[in-house]
Design a protein around this ligand. Structure first.
Ligand code: WTA
Length: 696
C-alpha cells in the first residue's frame, strides 16, 4: 500500500487500495486485458501504458502535486520556461492573487511582466525546433466523399500571417476586439491565431447562435470587424451564416454599434458567391484580399497579463458574461494540462470533437495542442453523419490516437449499436477523453469497452469556461479509474468541498465545489463588469472561487461531479441559463410568464422543460407551442430550444413572489410523490392545476 501512503498529501485522501496489486507483469497477454477491469468499480491502467506515461504512477503524481501546491511559483515557472518569452516575468512575484472578497477586490495575475506571444509559441517556436513540415491541422469536411486537406506548421504560419497582415492593414491594433463567427473550417483556428499574433482580442461566437445573440455580443464588445463565411453544411443542412450576420450587424448599428467591415470566407461547397447577399461598402471576400497579403508578419509582443480572448458564457442570471482570459497563464496552463491529461507524445494524432465556438475548442482544439506541436484533426460536420460510424471512420482515416468528446455523443452512439463501432479498426486509439457533463458509468463502460477495446484510459476532465483548462482529471496510467469520477485535481489546483455555510469539509463528503487558490489558467474578470465577476464567483463562499457545481468526495478521495447547483442547465454539454430561455419565451407577444427547469434526458444529459402562462384570453394550442419554441431559437439558437412546453394557468410562487423551481422540477420529471412542502405557496392550488395539465 506504500504508493498511496505519502502522508504529506494532506490535501487529498488518496485511494486506499493499491492500484497495482492485480497488475502482475507475468500474466499472459490474454489475461492482461481481463485484469484491466476488476472489482470495487476500479479500472486499472494497463502496466505497459503506465510504463510509458509522463506520470507512470500515483507516487510520481503525488510528488509533483505536492510541489505544485507548496511551491507554485517555482513549479509553474518551470512549466513556463518551455515557452519563448522575450522578457522573463517578474521573478519576485510570479503570481499574485486575492480570492477573498472580505479582504478587498478580487485579482489574479500570473507571469506579469513576462513578454510573449501565444501565436509565436504555437507556430514559430515549433517550426524553429524542426517541426515545420509536421502536419498541424487535418481538415475533414462534412461529406465523407469530399476533399479533405491539411496544413503543416509552416503552411499554417503562412496562412495566419497573411490574415494577421490583413487585419493590421485594416487598422486592427493590440487590444482591439474581433468577433469570429465561423463553423469548423480551418479558417476558424487561423483567425484566432491571427488575432493573437497581433495582440487583438478574439471573441469567437459559436455558429449555432442566432442573429440576436450575435448582435448582443457585438454590442457588448464593439469589434473592429466580424470574420465569417457565407454558408456551411452540417449533415444534410445548409446554413446561410451570412444572412444571420447581416441581421446581427444591422441590429447592432441601429443600437449604436456600427461595424464597418465583414470579412467573409467564400465557402463555395455550401453556397456560391453569386448567391450570397452582399453589401459592397461593408463586405469583403476573404479570398479576394487575404491571399494577397505577405506571409511574413512580425508578432506583437504582449504582457503575460494582456487579454487573449473573450468568450461569452451563460450564467444563472441576466445576459451572457464575457469571460476574459489573458495570455501567459492561459498559455502555460492549457499546454501543461493537454500534455499530462492526455499523456501527449509527439507521435500522437489528436481529435477533439468540440467546436472552437466553445471553451473546449479554444483550449483543446486550438491552443493546448498547437502549443505542444501536435497534429490536430478539425472536423466540420456532425459526428453521426452520414451514419453513426463516421467518428470511427475518421479515427481510422487519420490514425487518431487521442479522441476527446462529450458524454452526450457517447450515449447517442451507444444507442445506435456496437456494429457501427466494431466495423472499424480503431487500433490507433490509445487515450479517450470526456468533457462537458458528468459521464454516467454505463456510458463510461461502453466508451471504454467497445470504443477503446478495454485498452484506452479515459480522461474524464472536469473544468469550465472560467477555469481555462482542466481542473480535476485523471492522468492516464497514473492511477485506477472509477467510471463516472473525474478522479483527482490537476497540478496546482486545490479543490475544496464546502457546506451551505461555506465551511470546508474533510474526507468523505458532498457539497459545493470551490477552489481555494488561483491557477494560471483562471479567468481574470468579466468583460466590462468586474463587480459581476466578484459577486457571481467569489461572494457565495468568501475566500473561494465557487464553481456552481455540486460534488462528492468518496472514501478513497476520488471526486464525483454531480451537476450544476445553480440555474444553469447543461444540454448536451452546452451551458444555458434558465433566465435567458425565460426571457426569450417572454419576448413572445402571447407569453405572459415563463419558468424553465432542466430535467434528465437519456441522450442530452439534461433537456429544457418550460412552463408557460399565455396572456389573458389566449388559448393553448400546438401552434402556439411551436411559435414559442421558435422564439427561443431566434433569440438564442436551436441548441437552446425547449424539449417540452407545459401550459401553466399559474406558476407556483411563494408569498414573496419567488418561483419555486424545486416544485416545477418534480412536476416536470413526474416525481409527484416528492413535491415536498407546498404549504408556503401563495396559492397551493396551482400545483394541482399544473399536474392536471401534464400531458396536454
Ligand atoms: C460541466 C466546459 C462533470 C460542469 C468545459 C461545469 C462537467 C460546466 C465536466 C462547464 C465533467 C464540464 N464532469 N461535469 N467532466 N466537464 N462539466 O463552461 O457543470 O461550457 O460547471 O465548460 O460543465 O461548462 P463550460
Amino acid at each position: 500500500n506504500s504508493i498511496f501512503n505519502s502522508s504529506s498529501l494532506f490535501f487529498i485522501r488518496p485511494p486506499t487500495t493499491d492500484p497495482f496489486r492485480s497488475q502482475s507483469h507475468h500474466l499472459p497477454p490474454k489475461a492482461k486485458a481481463a485484469a484491466a477491469v476488476i472489482s470495487d468499480n476500479l479500472v486499472f491502467p494497463d502496466p505497459d501504458f503506465s510504463q510509458q506515461a509522463h506520470v507512470p504512477n500515483f507516487h510520481k503524481y503525488a510528488e509533483m502535486y505536492k510541489r505544485s501546491i507548496e511551491e507554485p511559483a517555482e513549479f509553474w515557472s518551470e512549466m513556463a520556461s518551455e515557452f519563448h518569452w522575450n522578457n522573463k516575468w517578474d521573478q519576485e512575484q510570479v503570481y499574485s492573487e486575492n480570492l477573498d472578497i472580505t479582504k478587498g477586490s478580487i485579482h489574479i495575475q500570473w507571469f506579469k511582466g513576462g513578454i510573449t506571444n501565444i501565436c509565436y509559441n504555437c507556430l514559430d517556436r515549433n517550426i524553429e525546433s524542426g517541426n515545420g513540415e509536421k502536419i498541424a491541422l487535418h481538415w475533414e469536411g462534412n461529406e465523407p466523399s469530399h476533399h479533405s486537406s491539411s496544413l503543416t506548421y509552416n503552411q499554417l504560419l503562412d496562412r495566419v500571417s497573411q490574415l494577421a497582415n490583413y487585419l493590421k492593414q485594416n487598422g486592427v491594433k493590440k487590444g482591439d476586439s474581433v468577433i469570429i463567427y465561423l463553423p469548423m473550417l480551418m479558417e476558424l483556428p487561423i483567425s484566432m491565431l491571427a488575432c493573437a499574433r497581433i495582440g487583438a482580442v478574439h471573441s469567437v461566437v459559436f455558429a449555432g447562435f442566432s442573429a440576436e445573440s450575435l448582435e448582443q455580443r457585438i454590442i457588448d464588445c464593439k469589434p473592429k470587424l466580424v470574420i465569417t463565411c457565407n454558408a456551411f453544411k452540417r449533415g444534410h443542412k445548409v446554413i446561410n451564416l451570412k444572412d444571420i450576420v447581416d441581421s446581427a450587424l444591422s441590429g447592432s448599428s441601429q443600437n449604436g454599434t456600427y461595424v464597418g467591415l465583414c470579412l467573409t470566407y467564400a465557402n463555395e461547397s455550401a453556397l456560391k458567391r453569386e448567391a450570397t447577399k452582399w453589401q459592397t461598402e461593408r463586405d469583403v471576400w476573404w479570398q479576394d484580399v487575404v491571399p494577397n497579403c505577405s506571409t511574413k508578419c512580425d508578432v506583437e509582443w504582449v504582457d503575460g497579463e494582456d487579454p487573449l480572448f473573450l468568450l461569452y458564457t451563460s450564467g444563472s442570471t441576466g445576459k451572457p458574461k464575457g469571460v476574459v482570459h489573458t495570455t501567459g497563464g492561459y498559455m502555460v496552463y492549457t499546454a501543461a494540462t493537454f500534455k499530462y491529461a492526455f499523456d501527449y507524445k509527439p507521435s500522437d494524432v489528436y481529435w477533439c470533437t468540440a467546436d472552437c465556438g466553445w471553451i473546449t475548442g479554444h483550449s483543446y482544439v486550438a491552443y493546448g495542442p498547437l502549443l505542444n506541436g501536435a497534429t490536430v484533426v478539425v472536423y466540420e460536420g456532425v459526428p453521426n453523419y452520414p451514419d453513426p460510424g463516421r467518428c470511427w471512420d475518421i479515427v481510422d482515416k487519420y490514425k487518431v490516437t487521442i479522441f476527446y468528446t462529450a458524454p452526450t455523443l457517447v450515449r447517442s452512439l451507444m444507442r445506435d449499436g456496437d456494429e457501427y463501432v466494431t466495423r472499424y479498426s480503431r487500433q490507433s486509439l490509445r487515450v479517450l477523453g470526456s468533457v462537458g457533463e458528468p459521464i454516467n458509468p454505463s456510458a463510461w463502460r461502453w466508451f471504454f469497452d467497445v470504443v477503446g477495446n478495454s485498452r484506452c484510459p479515459i480522461s474524464d476532465t472536469w473544468w469550465q469556461t472560467e477555469t481555462g483548462g482542466f481542473m480535476i482529471t485523471p492522468l492516464p496510467g497514473a492511477w485506477p479509474q472509477k467510471p463516472g469520477s473525474a478522479t483527482f485535481p490537476f497540478f496546482g489546483v486545490q479543490p475544496v468541498i464546502v457546506d451551505e455555510k461555506g465551511k470546508e469539509m474533510e474526507g468523505e463528503c458532498s457539497g459545493y465545489l470551490c477552489v481555494k487558490t488561483s491557477w494560471p489558467g483562471a479567468f481574470r474578470t468579466l468583460f466590462g463588469d468586474h463587480e459581476r465577476y466578484e459577486t457571481t464567483y467569489f461572494s457565495a463562499f468568501p475566500g473561494y472561487y465557487f464553481s456552481g457545481d455540486g460534488c462528492r468526495r468518496d472514501k478513497d478521495g476520488y471526486y464525483w461531479l454531480t451537476g450544476r447547483v445553480d440555474d444553469v442547465i447543461n444540454v448536451s454539454g452546452h451551458r444555458i441559463g434558465t433566465a435567458e430561455v425565460e426571457s426569450a419565451l417572454v419576448s413572445h407577444p402571447k407569453c405572459a410568464e415563463a419558468a424553465v427547469v432542466g430535467i434528465e434526458h437519456e441522450v442530452k444529459g439534461q433537456c429544457i422543460y418550460a412552463f408557460v402562462t399565455p396572456v389573458e384570453g389566449v388559448g393553448y394550442s400546438e401552434e402556439l407551442k411551436k411559435s414559442l419554441v421558435l422564439s427561443v431559437r431566434t433569440n438564442i439558437g436551436a441548441f437552446a430550444a425547449p424539449e417540452k412546453i407545459h401550459w401553466a394557468p399559474g406558476l407556483p410562487k411563494t408569498r414573496s413572489g419567488k418561483i419555486m423551481r424545486r416544485v416545477l422540477r418534480k412536476i416536470a420529471s413526474r416525481q409527484l410523490d416528492e413535491l415536498g412542502d407546498t404549504s408556503t405557496l401563495a396559492d397551493p392550488n396551482v400545483v394541482d392545476q399544473l399536474i392536471a395539465l401534464s400531458d396536454s
